[in-house]
Design a protein around this ligand. Sequence first.
Ligand code: NAD
Ligand code: UGA
Length: 457
Amino acid sequence: MRVCVIGTGYVGLVTGVCLAHSGHDVICIDNNEEKVKLMKSGQSPIFEPGLSEIMQSCIQNGNIQFSADLAAGVTHGEILFIAVGTPPLPNGESDTRYVEAVARGIGANLNGGYKVIVNKSTVPIGSGDWVRMIVLDGIAERQKSAEEKLPEIANQFDVVSNPEFLREGSAVYDTFNPDRIVLGGNSQQAIGMMKELYAPIVERKLAADQSLPPVPVLVTDLSSAEMIKYAANAFLATKISFINEVANICDRVGADVTQVAKGIGLDSRIGNKFLQAGIGWGGSCFPKDVSALIHTADDYGYEAQLLKSAVSVNERQRLIALEKLQQALKILKGKTVGLLGLTFKPDTDDLRDAPALNLIEQLNRLGAKVKAYDPIISQTGMRHGLSGVLVETDAERLADGCDALVLVTEWQQFNTLDYVKMAQLMNHPVMIDGRNFLNPEAMAKAGFQYVGVGRTA
Ligand code: NAD
Ligand code: UGA
């Protein structure tokens, strides 16, 4: 099928590349010319395991193109994905201005032939109908300014909500191995085309285990599909806040949260995923989506108390490493703290709302010098959003002269560092393990005073 994906960030680019790899004819549109240039040359503007390789093979096979020309994209696609960002406004509400600009642009460029417009971005409940209205506005504006009468195109499209559930760091895997596909809309024709589009993925043609039964496809109304996305993220974020709260109690009573998580996770009603206690959830989605849902509830006169608590537990949790540093070092003024990891999770270059950023800000406020080593940020030199921190090129340089280290991101390679040497290079070998990632006994053996989160060491 002919597909156009508008917005080539973490979601749009992965979606476009994976659909091209499934055999579709895809054009990816972005209004950032620099990104388009990079993608045309076969380079991915984001770090995502496996993405560059598939992208290059799709370019070679001729089933993916990149462009900044929205009109060309709209002409090409029978299915048009809107996959631009929906960042938070200061009041927690979702900023839908980029979606609006794209919807208006689609309207201004629709040119006959039935199209399905897909909301892939995470958008407030009610956005399906709103996007339809904006597209119609775009069509009307164009018809007003056209010298000749344009053909009737107002009824030649439908809007579908198709929320995305991929995780950064495993986005390609998640796209080919989804737990479910959600389609919201009331047009049989549009839903039929979406099912055809996803058939290779539903039939697990590119899955890690092709013998599994087909991927469940849930067809529902627009608002329910939009709500499913927010509810899923809010549930997962609340689950993490729950285990973090349990960890904080464990710290006080001398229990080990990693054992507790194992013990409760074996109950199939609870499940063992998203029970890793640590320094709180971050990233470009959980914080903004939970806030947006709270804001929507407020707009409708309902106070989402549980979600507000999940947020406040998380805000406190993101400073837990600071408390532990103060307990270990007392005065932080004049001390040097080294951060192992900066990104909000491993296997991504994404620093958006990363817990490391709060920690750096607070350590600077308290007069500490902050250094960091992150496998991807140190290598790529990307510093967007980073200040008040010296980025080192390796873990040993980081350790040199530090009074404490904080493991912020659980990169696999932090398992194999030479901790004996690192401890020797430090002023005080203190290790605050913000992800309960390291082995406390091995750390003690290497010479560290080890402090986990809700973990007996
Ligand atoms: P992103 O910020 O990484 O990418 C957005 C892209 O859209 C950028 O490349 C930007 O240049 C482009 N863009 C903005 N305005 C444009 C316009 N008018 N025309 C063309 N391109 C335009 O965003 P993202 O992280 O991929 O998120 C996109 C949406 O998907 C958000 O709503 C987000 O909540 C949702 N989502 C994200 C993830 C994730 O893991 N990042 C997962 C699920 C859902
Ligand atoms: C999350 C969801 O998992 C995806 O399903 C969703 O599509 C995406 O948000 C989105 O809407 O953008 P992502 O933010 O990429 O994906 O990463 P996660 O693996 O969910 O981690 C989010 C945060 O929670 C990270 O800071 C991570 O360190 C933290 N986390 C996760 C924990 O602290 N403990 C856990 O057990 C799991």
